[in-house]
Write a protein that binds this ligand. Structure first.
Ligand SMILES: [Zn+2]
Length: 106
């Protein structure tokens, strides 16, 4: 899969890297398994839980629309390439069950 075809892993989110404005960032899951599972729960993807699914979340990304400014190391630069999330960050915004419709950036 090329980077440009990446889709946000959050349940109900239809943001693709190649269809969103450039300022939408796509964040890889954390390296730590417990934190990955925490992300998976927050984005309503219980199918990603469990050690056997490691390969799936290794390639999964979550778009920046689910992260508030406070979860970025440099909130002012949250739209810049290479911007980093705080080590403790997890997705909290625009998630399934808060929304009646699938989510899209545009
Ligand atoms: Zn998303």
């Amino acid at each position: 899969m090329t980077a440009s075809r990446r889709q946000c892993a959050a349940h109900g989110c239809q943001n693709y890297a190649n269809k969103c404005p450039a300022q939408t960032r796509f964040h890889r899951f954390p390296a730590n398994r417990e934190r990955c599972e925490d992300w998976a729960r927050h984005i309503f993807r219980s199918d990603l839980l469990g050690k056997k699914n490691k390969a799936r979340w290794k390639n999964a990304v979550v778009c920046s629309h689910h992260f508030p400014d406070s979860m970025y190391v440099c909130p002012d630069q949250r739209h810049e390439p290479g911007v980093r999330l705080m080590p403790t960050a997890y997705p909290t915004l625009q998630l399934y069950k808060e929304r009646a419709e699938p989510y899209r950036c545009s």
